[in-house]
Design a protein around this ligand. Structure first.
Ligand SMILES: [Zn+2]
Ligand SMILES: [Zn+2]
Length: 246
């Protein structure tokens, strides 16, 4: 599987767009689609039939407000393939976003939209990839996801603090992509660099990517790199556009 970090930022950073992950492994899956994501996606691949599915971790704008522009452009560019959309109450969310931003346009979409409302117990297959989910602790309901193929497993937290179930879901993964909004601040609904490094060594995670850094915390990259060294974990802070093959 190839993993590309289309965006690695938090919600309101002028230099780093919203966190969004593209997984290519026979099928092409977009994990989260915030308001800065559509241009990054179109620059990466402008083929209207490129994406097979979009998965939304939670309803915050930096994770979901890019959906309608992406769907609208697929209509304009004459997509024909069905597109799957997975998320909590995803059909209602997309309808509401169209009603608010592009009233009437959802009914004009000519390619099939396959909505799948998921929860923490859902198990989904797309091609040879299997998807499993787990709740994190966040200010709205958020689902972390584990994507497994025969070669590798990639986990993406969305936003929030890990729970025991999330730790189980992420255990032994080839790559975990973690929201680390703060460096060492203990906040109820977010993870931090330090909490993530502790969990990574405890759960034998092979590699960990730290994304969604707060714009102020990101300026302290030297401190973050020193912490990674201190905890002896295979962790890194990706830049937008970075790719990894697993
Ligand atoms: Zn966020
Ligand atoms: Zn959020």
């Amino acid at each position: 599987m190839k993993v590309t970090f289309l965006g690695v930022g938090e919600s309101v950073d002028e230099n780093y767009g919203n966190t969004s992950i593209l997984i290519e492994g026979g099928k092409n899956i977009l994990l989260d689609c915030g308001f800065t994501v559509p241009p990054a996606l179109w620059k990466y691949n402008s083929d209207p039939d490129f994406l097979d599915a979009i998965i939304i971790s939670h309803q915050h704008a930096d994770h979901s407000f890019g959906i309608t522009p992406v769907l609208l452009r697929l209509l304009e560019d004459k997509r024909t393939k069905p597109l799957a959309l997975f998320g909590q109450n995803i059909e209602a969310l997309v309808k509401a976003q169209f009603d608010f931003g592009y009233k009437g346009f959802m009914n004009k979409i000519t390619y099939p939209l396959n909505f799948l409302n998921i929860n923490a117990d859902s198990k989904v297959c797309v091609g040879a990839m299997n998807f499993e989910f787990s709740r994190t602790v966040h200010s709205v309901e958020n689902l972390a996801v584990r994507v497994s193929s025969k070669d590798a497993s990639i986990c993406y937290a969305g936003d929030g603090r890990m729970t025991e179930d999330t730790e189980k879901l992420f255990s032994g993964a080839s790559l975990v992509i973690m929201e680390t909004k703060f460096i060492d601040k203990n906040v109820e609904s977010h993870a931090s660099v330090v909490s993530t490094l502790k969990l990574a060594s405890k759960n034998k995670i092979k590699r960990i990517a730290m994304v969604h850094l707060d714009r102020h915390a990101r300026k302290e990259k030297e401190k973050i790199l020193a912490l990674i060294k201190e905890y002896r974990v295979n962790a890194f802070v990706p830049e937008p556009g970075d790719s990894i093959n697993l």
